[in-house]
Design a protein around this ligand. Structure first.
Ligand code: IPE
Ligand code: MG
Length: 228
């Protein structure tokens, strides 16, 4: 979800105003995913590197998380959304940590949409923490065991990875899990990324051929056989 700061700056507003607008965009996005039948939505809300931002922006983002937790959980419950937080919680305040647990517990029974919020998350952090966990348990490190020790082990790898804000890079997001994700870059700033923009991304995804290392012919064969 990139572009909140620029959205605000263009309007001569403080950057935090852009983040606030970003929460509104996220609320709409979650709702629309539920309506479109999307089963899993994972968002990058705060990266391990975002601590390097000006202190007032970091505290503004923490405050926004705390407010959003109390305000949004009733909506999530009503819409059948199960929330998970993924990331290093040790650096977060006691109050925020309690809020995360509460939100997870309050929505644990929901099954319509799994909503993962990556907060104080980094793809490299996730790989390293998974490896450290296995070492601690004395387990061998394999693709399968690492996969099962990752922060997103409860969901399958993402089919589609969207980045807004015009930048074309991964910025330490799902490094492990995005191995075969379709990448989609939108020039829209995150607060402007509305339902129509999400539909456009999904439509673009639907036109892609996913081969997972195989040939185009191999992918089309089963379809041809079925039709015959
Ligand atoms: C949101 O967008 C990303 C978060 C860290 C919440 P940015 O704050 O990176 O916005 P730009 O890139 O400065 O416009
Ligand atoms: Mg940015």
């Amino acid at each position: 979800m990139d572009g909140n700061g620029r959205w605000a700056t263009r309007r001569y507003l403080p950057r935090v105003a852009g983040h606030k607008k970003g929460v509104d965009a996220l609320r709409h996005c979650v709702r629309h995913c539920g309506e479109r039948g999307v089963k899993v939505l994972t968002v990058f809300a705060f990266s391990s590197e975002n601590w390097n931002r000006p202190p007032e922006e970091v505290s503004g983002l923490m405050e926004l998380l705390a407010v959003a937790l109390t305000r949004e959980v009733p909506h999530l419950k009503a819409e059948g959304v199960r929330i998970h937080f993924v990331g290093d919680r040790s650096a977060l305040s006691e109050k925020v940590r309690a809020g995360l647990l509460q939100a997870e517990a309050a929505t644990a029974g929901n099954t319509r949409l799994v909503f993962n919020v990556c907060f104080n998350y980094g793809g490299r952090w996730d790989i390293a923490q998974a490896a450290a966990r296995l070492v601690e348990r004395g387990e061998p490190i394999t693709e399968q065991s690492l996969d099962a020790a990752m922060g997103l082990a409860h969901v399958r790898d993402p089919d589609l990875l969207i980045r807004t804000g015009g930048e074309q890079r991964i910025s330490n997001f799902l490094l492990w899990q995005a191995a075969y994700s379709e990448l989609y870059f939108s020039d829209k700033l995150w607060p402007d990324f509305d339902e129509a923009a999400l539909d456009e991304a999904i439509a673009d995804y639907a036109r892609r051929e996913r081969r997972f290392g195989r040939t185009s012919q191999q992918i089309q064969e089963p379809v041809a056989k079925k039709a015959a």
